[in-house]
Design a protein around this ligand. Structure first.
Ligand code: PLP
Length: 351
């Protein structure tokens, strides 16, 4: 039955690569985006959700009717919730409080239990999202902690599937691969595969200002203490096993202000409604490209959809309150949603 999928999980992967045209100002390089919001749960994390659950089933660590527990910034939770719904598992997700309302709401819609934890505490604090997840795992019968930060099934999935997919789509014509690192699975897995195929490829990690990964890569220790920042899902205040620094060749730091401004440009100029971590990766790619001597083909991972950030990146009030919508960016401020009465008043029409 060609053209028909047996269930929604079979739709995961094979996302499109799109050339970026208008947001790239005057560059000798070609920029491409792998647009992961085409996955059924709307992010790159659908890919690893399948791998994490099937790995646990194979090892006998997840039994029928069991509960999946994860500390997640939202996207992995949604991927896991999709797989859990199709396979009949329950889910509990622990999320930091900076995660958008849209992400919390969609997880509840899939039937998951959601626990919100404070962002502004140390990872070792008993209220941190990793600590709360650990406690739940210890006390929930018949549960499996998917453990996306340290479980090698995450990175290995990207090595087996996403890396080869990129290589085939680009027909081997790729000089630079750029992604952010949250768990590190995407960049470590794809990066390892792509370096095996093309040893001189550059694997560039775009890292938010405030994350410690940049310092660990260049200085082998933390120079600037971790700070909170607004871009979700990328950067770290600890080193997950799935962040394999030896796979990466370069790092670029990107500020919140740069990421949120580019999020607005991507929807306005490329019609790509993506989340701020996609924009962050692209800003990192553009910064890195300025150091390249030869015209190069640069592929950037766009992990998720802007629909999860309507109350943040696409809300003028939130952007203004956070200082991300200053004078020069106002051209990308949105049109006001107005009532018919307001329109009549503005146009000087009468009823
Ligand atoms: C929005 C978003 N972007 C990027 C990433 C980073 O992907 P990875 O965990 O594979 O490093 C994540 C991970 O949670 C994410 O949620």
């Amino acid at each position: 039955m060609s053209g028909i999928y047996q269930n929604i999980l079979d739709v995961i992967g094979h996302t499109p690569v799109v050339r970026l045209q208008r947001v790239i100002d005057d560059s000798p390089h070609e920029f491409y985006a792998k647009v992961e919001y085409f996955n059924p749960g709307g992010s790159v994390k659908d890919r690893i959700a399948m791998a994490l659950i099937e790995g646990a089933e194979k090892r006998g660590e997840l039994k029928p009717g069991g509960t999946i527990i994860e500390a997640t910034s939202g996207n992995t939770g949604l991927g896991l919730a999709l797989v859990a719904a199709v396979k009949g598992y329950k889910c509990i997700f622990v999320m930091p409080d900076k995660i958008s309302d849209e992400k919390r709401a969609i997880l509840r819609a899939y039937g998951a239990r959601v626990v919100i934890t404070p962002t502004a505490v140390e990872p070792e604090d008993p209220r941190s999202y990793l600590s709360v997840a650990k406690k739940l795992v210890a006390e929930t019968p018949n549960c499996f902690h998917t453990n996306q930060y340290h479980n090698p099934d995450n990175m290995n999935l990207h090595y087996r599937k996403t890396g080869p997919e990129i290589w085939e789509q680009m027909k081997g014509q790729i000089d630079v691969f750029v992604a952010g690192a949250g768990t590190g699975g995407t960049i470590s897995g794809c990066g390892r595969y792509l370096r095996e195929k093309k040893p001189d490829i550059r694997i560039v990690c775009a890292d938010p200002v405030g994350s410690i990964l940049y310092d660990l890569f260049y200085h082998k220790k933390i120079v600037d203490p971790p700070k909170s920042y607004k871009v979700e899902g990328v950067g770290e205040d600890m080193l997950p096993d799935n962040v394999q620094l030896e796979v990466m060749t370069d790092f670029e730091r990107v500020s919140d202000e740069e990421s949120f401004a580019m999020t607005r440009r991507l929807i306005a100029e490329e019609a790509l409604c993506v989340g701020p971590s996609s924009a962050m990766a692209l800003v990192g790619a553009i910064k890195f490209s300025q150091k390249l001597k030869k015209p190069s083909k640069i592929l950037v991972i766009f992990p998720d959809s802007g629909r999860s950030y309507l109350s943040k990146a696409f809300n003028d009030q939130w952007m203004t309150d956070n200082g991300f919508l200053k004078g020069k960016d106002l051209k990308t401020a949105f049109n006001r949603i107005m009532s018919a009465d307001d329109l009549y008043a503005e146009m000087g029409w009468s009823f």
